[in-house]
Design a protein around this ligand. Structure first.
Ligand code: NAD
Ligand code: UFG
Length: 340
């Protein structure tokens, strides 16, 4: 299959592109490199032993996008491109709406112009907002609590309207829970710029010594040990979920949301201990006040993805931590100091 991947140079995108290439698909990546390095794609090609086409362009640039569509004539699009920092989205909401919402509209228009009718979209569990019950299933009411989450919610609605209006169109909305880990080789991984907002990349930076200590946000939640519980999912499992979704869309029309998680939770302190075991390093940490906007617990009902996509996460927390440590210890400055 010919697959166009927006945001393919990023964290989840690069792992998915590798899975696509390994499965024999032809891949074209469109990325403006706003939050990624071309080095990631060079390494993906080496790992896959195959080449891909890569275009540096912004998905909001209709002319550039049309040119790529005309050239590559994709059978399907996997759409990762977007901004993803919750805190930043409250400071710069218009940038988030312009990039994530307008970017997607531009993408759908460009797809329509070349008759491409299949899309897999990177949504997020954040679309559910406050839990009315747990685990979150796909029928849980949506109610994102920040601009980033609302962009994901709005894009889901836009894609649903689009599939309803175009004969034969099909979409899978993948609601990721908490993606962590890296490719087993340690050659590609998560490389956030600046100080990481998320738990796993923060811990890995403490482990390599580039950050001194982890602040544990809240020790008084109503959870197993008082710290936040999340459903962490290995990025390689996540990558495989995209392949399963593409396969499903080969025979399905309409717009379908799927939770992509493990159905299990890990607390912040459990994550610290698992990472210490994987790395052999001590992670200095201190319990601090809760972070505004955090929920106590979030995890996925995973039955729908299993039943419809025939996909289930197979890697465990130890795999997530070991691979993240391999990546970070072999690449202490991420792709920045890489010579290949
Ligand atoms: P990432 O920042 O590593 O990857 C996003 C990629 O999109 C980057 O390479 C960036 O340069 C590119 N990009 C951004 N705006 C663009 C534009 N206008 N045109 C072209 N390229 C553009 O992020 P990621 O963690 O790989 O996330 C991928 C997707 O998954 C995002 O849509 C994100 O919102 C979603 N998601 C991520 C998480 C997570 O915790 N990582 C959780 C849920 C959902
Ligand atoms: N945490 C800390 N210290 C840190 C960072 C995080 O204690 O330095 C805690 C948080 O309080 C939370 C847990 O670790 O209990 C996980 O936090 P993350 O920031 O890693 O992840 P979130 O669950 O807050 O959010 C993530 C993504 C969102 C996405 C959401 C989907 O950042 O983009 O998962 O559920 F929408």
């Amino acid at each position: 299959m010919k697959v166009l991947v927006t945001g393919g140079a990023g964290y989840i995108g690069s792992h998915t592109v590798l899975s696509l290439l390994t499965a024999g698909h032809e891949v074209t990546v469109v990325d403006n490199l706003a939050n990624s390095s071309p080095e990631a794609l060079r390494r993906v090609e080496t790992l896959a032993g195959r080449s891909l086409a890569s275009v540096e362009a912004d998905i909001r640039d209709g002319r550039a996008l049309s040119a790529v569509m005309e050239q590559s004539r994709p059978d399907a699009v996997v759409h990762f491109a977007g901004l993803k920092a919750v805190g930043e989205s409250t400071e710069k909401p218009l940038e988030y709406y312009a990039n994530n919402v307008f970017g997607t509209v531009a993408l759908l228009k460009a797809m329509e112009a070349v008759g491409c009718r299949r899309i897999v979209f990177s949504s997020s569990a954040t679309v559910y907002g406050e839990a009315q019950y747990l685990p979150f299933d796909e029928a849980h009411p949506l109610g994102a609590t920040n601009p980033y989450g609302r962009t994901k919610h709005f894009v889901e609605e836009i894609i649903a309207d689009w599939t309803a209006s175009v004969d034969g169109a099909g979409a899978a909305l993948l609601r990721y829970f908490n993606p962590v880990g890296a490719h087993a080789s340690g050659r590609i991984g998560e490389d956030p710029s600046g100080i990481p907002n998320n738990l796993a990349p923060y811990i890995t930076r403490v482990a390599v010594g580039s950050l001194a200590s982890l602040s544990v946000f809240g020790g008084d939640y109503d959870t197993r040990d008082g710290t936040g519980e999340r459903d962490y999912v290995h990025v390689e499992d996540l990558a495989e979920a995209h392949l399963a979704a593409l396969e499903h869309l080969g025979g399905a029309t309409g717009c379908h949301p799927f939770n992509i998680g493990t159905g299990r939770t890990t607390t912040v302190l459990e994550m610290v201990r698992a990472f210490e075991a994987a790395s052999g390093r001590t992670i200095p940490h201190e319990i601090m006040p809760r972070r505004a906007g955090d929920v106590a617990c979030s995890y996925a009902a995973v039955d729908k993805a299993a039943a419809v996509l025939n996909w289930r996460a197979t890697r465990d927390l130890a795999d997530m931590c070991a691979s993240a440590w391999r990546w970070q210890s072999q690449n202490p400055a991420g792709y920045a100091d890489a010579s290949g």
